[in-house]
Design a protein around this ligand. Structure first.
Ligand SMILES: [Zn+2]
Length: 699
């Protein structure tokens, strides 16, 4: 349809039902998604957008396109141009499939591969020379190669016709609802960290199932061997009642065998950890055989449709039910019986089903409402608190629920730590956190500051990803020791070790990143008669022993990095930002000394040593963090920030001005660096690609 310039006053309400009048949609397939949204433009100002997307797990065909178009009447005087800022949500490197495109009267005038380069908004300007005529502008997503599972969304932000008389916006003004400050959260107090003297030096041996059986029945031989040949000094066991649910008859253990083994390991200098869990009761028998799921249906985690989560043997338990005290009492019994130095809680998290994340159980519904009424009073986000139920669709309340889920596990971890320490003062408590999990499903991000050691796994990872993950661990751990469960074994055959070179590199990388090795007892004894693992085992031993003799903790070296890359859990939860900024991974890969810092840990002291601060993924950066960074810029720092930094609040609602721009006192980012006090602020979008950024910072 033809749109006369005079008819461009569009009601904002039209956005709710889709695109405003004047826009036409045309697609080759009903799978393309066309929606309206609001987003920060290339300068960081809020603007309305049309979004063209392709969903996950959906086959496309080469040549398909999804488009929105508008016909514009150009002014008689000439000199008109069409401008729009284009962004996408593809952080990955996969190129050659989806392209954002702009066409005028059937001719393509611009395109961009959504993969590879930066995904932030890029300003595109197209001259429209045919004075006095009408032209059709088509914005689209085009499939240059078919995909089967490659979701993407492309935002066309603030489309406008620019004439000599000024700009005419082609979408109505965006709804801005993120300026209202939320009532503060009640802090969750944290007990002091215990055991640092030994946990910060620990070399942990992890056993499981048949390997636990071997380490126990052959303890007299194994304990001194593991200590002397490998320098290991800490070992984690499942209690026999749990171990026996995981193995066949011939590999079961008695309490007597287990107690004797504990004595032997202790004599060889080992610290002892006991394996437990709330969600699956540490594979306790009444959980594994389904008794609890049958007798206590109200204790089970539930997905959005009320479905249970059956993982690793039976249905997972929820901490907002009687399962909390039940599992606490069980773990307390284990602590009394075995007097361990520490307890490790596995799968200490929510999870997800095919319908969405957990947990929607009655206990969670009530606990979430209680949190809302404590923090917000009688109304939350415009609705009565007492009738609020956990939402199933994304939005501000959903973002608030994601945040609350993290608080649940923080509370649970803290409570278990305090209660178990009443039984055994000095006990070290840790949970197996997957801090690089691809979505907020696990809700473990609140736990790190309520445990004594932060543990995660780096098995099966490439070297750059392992380094990035360990750097992420450092950013989250708040100075706590980090234990890294290493990949020393083959994923396709747990009895075989990786080649000696890889084993050695993985151990050294863990040490180089300032973390402690957790070595799994796979491949140590399964092939006694052949040399299949001999070289790798010998290399593992010499590498561990070498590092133990050259421990950086023995020298007062303080590692230094001039570049700090800010990451933000709130931005991941509210806006699906990447946890590890892509530019950061690239910097480390090329040997540029850079560290990650979580926005909550951005303090004057943390910023003091930095020369450059980079914010790639901080859509929901808090005002508090932005203000601390702005202060550092004024005192001479160099900031490179995505123009949309802090454009949304922590619930994903658009702010009238991004928190970073507001703290810097600027209206919008330009192409050139802005002088702010004695420092400068630059837009990340000034760098065309991650490569350009890395080159600029590598100097
Ligand atoms: Zn629940």
């Amino acid at each position: 349809m033809i749109l006369a310039l005079s008819s461009l006053v569009l009601p904002a309400a039209a956005m709710a039902s889709g695109l405003p009048s004047g826009w036409d949609v045309w697609t080759d397939s009903g799978a393309f998604t066309i929606t309206s949204d609001a987003a920060p433009d290339a300068g960081g100002r809020p603007a309305s957008a049309v979004v063209v997307g392709w969903p996950a797990y959906t086959d496309s065909q080469t040549g398909w396109a999804g488009t929105v178009s508008m016909t514009l009447q150009l002014p008689a005087g000439g000199g008109a141009r069409f401008e729009v800022d284009v962004a996408d949500d593809c952080p990955g490197p996969t190129v050659g499939y989806h392209f954002a495109t702009i066409a005028v009267d059937g001719s393509k005038v611009w395109d961009r591969d959504v993969g590879g380069a930066s995904s932030g908004p890029e300003r595109v300007s197209v001259d429209l020379p045919r004075a006095g005529e009408t032209v059709e502008v088509v914005l689209g997503l085009e499939e240059r190669q078919a995909v089967s599972n490659y979701p993407v969304r492309v935002w066309f932000i603030g489309p406008r016709l620019v004439t000599s008389d000024g700009a005419i916006e082609l979408l109505p003004a965006p709804a801005v609802d993120g300026d209202e400050a939320l009532p503060p959260d009640r802090p969750i107090r944290s007990a002091p960290v215990r055991g640092r003297a030994w946990t910060s030096r620990a070399r942990v041996c992890g056993v499981w199932a048949v390997t636990q059986w071997d380490s126990v029945v052959n303890a007299e031989e194994r304990a001194p061997w593991l200590a002397e040949e490998f320098g290991l000094d800490t070992i984690i066991f499942l209690p026999p009642e749990s171990h026996n649910t995981l193995v066949g008859e011939q590999h079961r253990l008695t309490e007597e065998q287990f107690a004797a083994a504990l004595r032997t390991y202790r004599e060889a200098g080992f610290r002892i950890l006991i394996y437990s869990s709330l969600t699956h009761l540490g594979h306790g028998p009444e959980w594994m055989d389904g008794t609890l799921a049958r007798d206590r249906p109200g204790w089970l985690q539930r997905g959005p449709e009320g479905e249970t989560l059956n993982l690793w043997g039976s249905d997972w338990l929820c901490p907002n039910t009687g399962a909390l005290v039940y599992s606490l009492e069980r773990t307390r019994r284990l602590v009394r019986a075995y007097e361990p130095d520490g307890v490790m809680l596995d799968c200490h998290s929510f999870h997800h089903t095919q319908n969405g994340m957990s947990c929607y159980c009655d206990g969670c519904q009530a606990a979430f409402r209680e949190y809302l009424s404590e923090r917000f009073g009688r109304h939350v986000l415009g609705r009565p608190t007492r009738y609020t139920r956990i939402p199933k669709a994304q939005g501000p309340l959903y973002a608030l629920w994601l945040h609350w889920r993290n608080r649940v596990w923080a509370h649970v971890t803290e409570r278990l730590r305090r209660e178990l320490r009443r039984t055994q003062p000095g006990l070290v408590l840790l949970s197996n956190t997957q801090y690089l999990y691809q979505s907020p499903a696990l809700a473990q991000d609140g736990e790190y500051l309520h445990e004594d050691v932060v543990l995660s796994e780096s098995r099966g990872m490439s070297m750059p990803l392992m380094v990035a993950k360990l750097m992420l661990g450092r950013a989250l751990a708040g100075g706590r020791p980090i234990w890294n469960y290493l990949g020393t074994f083959r994923e396709d055959d747990l009895t075989r070790l990786l080649d000696p070179e890889t084993v050695s590199w993985n151990v050294s990388t863990a040490y180089a990143c300032g973390t402690r090795p957790w070595v799994v007892y796979y491949g140590f004894f399964e092939h006694p008669d052949d040399a299949v693992n001999a070289d790798a085992l010998s290399r593992l031993g010499t590498t561990l022993v070498w590092h133990n003799a050259h421990d950086p903790a023995d020298r007062s070296l303080r590692p230094y990095a001039p570049i700090l890359s800010v990451m933000s859990i709130a931005s991941r939860n509210a806006r699906n930002n990447a946890l590890i900024p892509p530019g950061f991974i690239e910097l480390r890969r090329r040997g540029v000394a850079a560290w990650l810092i979580e926005e909550e840990h951005v303090t004057r002291k943390a910023l003091a040593g930095a020369r450059v601060v980079v914010i790639e993924e901080g859509s929901s950066l808090s005002h508090a963090a932005a203000q601390r960074i702005a202060k550092w810029v004024r005192s001479g720092g160099r900031l490179i920030a995505a123009s949309g930094t802090g454009a949304y609040d922590e619930l994903g609602r658009l702010r009238s001005r991004g928190s970073m721009a507001a703290a810097l006192g600027i209206e919008a980012y330009g192409r050139a660096p802005l002088q702010i006090g004695r420092g400068t602020a630059e837009s990340l979008q000034g760098y065309g690609s991650t490569d350009e950024l890395v080159e600029a910072l590598g100097e």
